[in-house]
Design a binder for this molecule. Structure first.
Ligand SMILES: NC(=O)c1ccc[n+]([C@@H]2O[C@H](COP(=O)([O-])OP(=O)(O)OC[C@H]3O[C@@H](n4cnc5c(N)ncnc54)[C@H](O)[C@@H]3O)[C@@H](O)[C@H]2O)c1
Length: 427
């Protein structure tokens, strides 16, 4: 099949690479010419394990091409997949400005029938609105079908997730269009959930809102563990064994971040609120998450007995999680900002990124960052931090506090190096 994917970001590029690898002819389009030029030179603008190999191979074999000419590319394809960003607007609702601009461009090339696949995460009712939008521009309804096909991949394991999804959700009014979209995934073993458009949109938001809820829930439970001297790892494991609950997303930490959970929780609250429905539970989920860095800084202050300009803190990890270069809504960055605002001298290190942040000095290695630090915080679960040489870090540090912001370290190993281990809800 021939597919045109609009947006060469984490989702669009990964989907383009995987679909071309499955044998389809895929054109991946972005209005960002710098990005497209880089891709044409074989340079991958994002870090995603395994993506580069897939892109290079499929380009070489002629199944994957890139272009910045959005309209011309759409004109040449019947299947058009929209994978542009849907960031938060100032009021927290989803900003559909990019989706709207793609729809405007599609409207100019609807001379023959096209299936418009909504891969971007969009609020309930967007598919219906998109249809009305195109009809309002004078495009006959016979010339297009819209299919909602939300994406569930996780950055860091995006290729694996695209090839092994838990389910493929396809929401459309048109059975023909829905089946065409399902056919692009032939070769991928996964249950298909056939739904209406709005239901598909809500499956995506509902899934992310539920995952965020699990995380804020376990983070609050970790606070309870802190005061009762219990270990959240044991508690979460025991809870997760209940098949009605499941063990995933029960890892306590400094809070969830990334380009999806925070903005999707906020967008769902915004969508519901536009119809006069208040989502109080989700507001609390977001509030608990927003307070998690302060809770954590409170633990640091208690451990050190002070927190001021005399205190030097090393922060390991800046991305919102390991194996990605994505800094969007990173709680590690939030933590650094709040520590700097408290006057602490913050030295940070991340294997991939070093964004400019007031009051933060970037080091070239974990050991460099640790030099002279009174406390060291692991803020992202990169493997190199999990496997760190604690004896070496101990020698570099001037204090002994090691804060495990992701509950990923082995407390015994940290303690054996003469350091004081401080986890979240851990003993
Ligand atoms: N990143 C994830 O882990 C993930 C997972 C599931 C779903 N999603 C959803 O997928 C969508 C895309 O997310 P992403 O992380 O890939 O975003 P991204 O910001 O990495 O990429 C979006 C791309 O779209 C391009 N773009 C914007 N407007 C355009 C236009 N009019 N024409 C052509 N290109 C245009 C941008 O230049 C950018 O390269 C969002 O709705 C997001 O919520 C993301």
């Amino acid at each position: 099949m021939r597919i045109c994917i609009i947006g060469a970001g984490y989702v669009g590029l990964t989907t383009a690479a995987v679909l071309s690898d499955l044998g389809h002819k895929v054109r991946c389009v972005d209005r960002d010419e710098t990005k497209i030029n880089a891709l044409e030179q074989g340079v991958i603008p994002i870090f995603e394990p395994g993506l580069s190999e897939l892109v290079v191979r499929n380009r070489k074999e002629g199944r994957l091409t890139f272009s910045s000419d959005v309209a011309a590319s759409m004109d040449e394809h019947e299947l058009i997949m929209i994978a542009v960003g849907t960031p938060s607007a100032a009021d927290g609702s989803a900003d559909l400005v990019y989706v709207r601009s793609v729809l405007l461009a599609v409207s100019t090339v609807l001379h023959t029938h096209k299936v418009i696949i909504m891969k971007s995460t969009v609020p309930p009712g967007t598919g219906v609105w998109a249809e009305e939008f195109l009809l309002g521009l004078g495009v006959p309804g016979t010339l297009f079908d819209i299919v909602s096909n939300p994406e569930f991949l996780r950055e860091g394991t995006a290729i694996h997730d695209t090839l092994n999804p838990d389910r493929i959700v396809i929401g459309s009014r048109s059975v023909d269009a829905a089946e065409k979209v399902r056919a692009i995934y032939n070769g991928i073993e996964a249950e298909t959930v056939w739904t209406g458009q709005t239901e598909a949109e809500l499956i995506k938001y509902g899934s992310n809102a539920f995952l965020a809820t699990k995380l804020s829930f376990v983070n609050e439970l970790a606070r309870v563990c802190d005061v009762f001297g219990a270990d959240i790892m044991q508690v979460a494991e025991g809870i997760g064994k209940d098949t009605r609950i499941g063990g995933k997303f029960l890892q306590a930490g400094i809070g969830y971040g990334g380009s999806c959970l925070p903005k999707d929780v906020s967008a769902l609250i915004g969508a519901a609120s536009s119809r006069k429905i208040g989502l109080e539970l989700l507001r609390e989920v977001a509030a608990v998450n927003a307070s998690q860095p302060d809770y954590y800084i409170g633990k640091l202050e208690k451990s050190l007995g002070r927190l001021d300009s005399e205190v030097k803190v090393a922060v390991l990890g800046a991305t919102f999680k390991e194996n990605t270069d994505d800094l969007r809504y990173s709680q590690a960055i939030e933590l650094m900002k709040r520590l700097a605002a408290r006057g602490c001298a913050v030295t940070a290190y991340d294997p991939l990124v070093s964004p400019a942040l007031p009051g933060v000095v970037w080091a070239k290695s974990a050991a460099d960052a640790a030099t002279g630090a009174h406390a060291l915080i692991v803020a992202t679960g990169w493997k190199e931090f999990v496997d760190a040489d604690w004896n070496q870090l101990r020698q570099k540090m001037s204090g002994t506090i090691v804060m495990d912001g992701r509950n990923v370290l082995n407390p015994t190993k940290v303690r054996e190096a003469g350091l004081t281990y401080v986890g979240l809800g851990r003993i």
